[in-house]
Write a protein that binds this ligand. Structure first.
Ligand SMILES: *[C@@H]1O[C@H](CO)[C@@H](O)[C@H](O)[C@H]1NC(C)=O
Length: 221
C-alpha cells in the first residue's frame, strides 16, 4: 500500500511536473477497444451552436452538445466517412433558417465548424476536425465554395489520429435562405508515420512525403 502511494507520488509528480500531457485526454484505455477495419463507417458529430451569436449549446451539466452532421438529401442521413476508403461524396443540404445562419458565422469566421470522430470505434474517445468553408457573406445571401478536400490520417494501429477539411475550388456558389446546396467532399485517407521527437519521446504523426527521395535527402543531410 505504502509502496503504491510512494510509487504514485513519484510518477504522479512526474506527470504533473511534465510540460507534456497525453492527448487525447481520457480515463479510458484506447487499446481495450477494437481498432477500425477498412470500410467501417466513421460517423461525424458536430458542435451545436446558437444561431444569433455562434455560442455553444450546453446541456444542463455544462457540456458542449454535439449533433450528427447535417442531413444529406441523397441518403437522408448525415455524412459519414468510411475508414481508409477514398471517395467523392456529394451531400446536398437544404440551407434552412438555422443552417443558413450558422454558415454565415462559419464563412465570416466568427465560429469554427467543428465536428468530431472517434479514435477507435465506440471508444467514446473523440478527436476534432474543423471544416473550413470559405466564401463571402453579403446582406441577403452568401457565396460559398462548396468543394472540400477532406484529409484523414490513420496510424498503424488502425486508429484515426487527425483530420482536416477545407474549401478548394476556383468558384463560389450563391446561396439564399431555403436553397438546396450540393456540397462536394473529396475524402482522402493517408497512413501517417509516427515519429518520436525531442527528449520527451513525444510521438508525432506526419504525412509522408510524396517524394521518397526528398525524405532520404532530408534524413541523411
Ligand atoms: C468560374 O470563375 C471563372 C473566373 O471568374 C469564370 O471564368 C468561370 O466561368 C466560372 N465558372 C463557372 C462554372 O461559373
Amino acid at each position: 500500500m505504502l509502496r503504491t502511494i510512494i510509487l504514485c507520488l513519484l510518477s504522479c509528480t512526474a506527470v504533473l511536473g511534465s510540460k507534456y500531457q497525453p492527448y487525447p485526454i481520457s480515463d479510458l484505455d484506447p487499446t481495450t477497444y477494437k481498432p477500425y477495419t477498412k470500410g467501417q463507417l466513421v460517423p461525424l458529430q458536430c458542435i451545436r451552436r446558437q444561431i444569433d451569436n455562434g455560442e455553444h449549446v450546453f446541456d444542463s451539466e455544462g457540456n458542449i452538445v454535439f449533433a450528427p452532421f447535417m442531413n444529406c438529401l441523397e441518403t437522408n442521413s448525415p455524412l459519414s466517412l468510411k475508414y481508409m476508403e477514398d471517395s467523392n461524396v456529394k451531400c446536398t443540404v437544404k440551407f434552412e433558417d438555422e443552417i443558413f445562419h450558422l454558415f454565415q458565422l462559419y464563412l465570416h469566421k466568427d465560429a469554427p465548424f467543428t465536428c468530431r470522430y472517434e479514435l477507435r470505434p465506440n471508444s467514446g474517445i473523440y478527436l476534432p476536425i474543423d471544416l473550413s468553408f470559405r466564401g463571402n457573406v453579403l446582406e441577403s445571401h452568401f457565396d460559398i465554395d462548396p468543394n472540400l478536400n477532406v484529409v484523414m490520417l490513420s496510424n498503424n494501429e488502425n486508429e484515426i489520429v487527425a483530420g482536416s477539411a477545407f474549401s478548394s475550388s476556383t468558384n463560389t456558389t450563391k446561396v439564399i435562405i431555403g436553397q438546396n446546396v450540393e456540397l462536394s467532399f473529396n475524402i482522402k485517407w493517408t497512413n501517417a508515420h509516427k515519429e518520436i521527437i525531442g527528449d520527451d519521446n513525444v510521438g508525432v504523426y506526419w504525412i509522408a512525403s510524396r517524394n521518397p527521395w526528398l525524405v532520404v535527402a532530408l534524413v541523411s543531410s
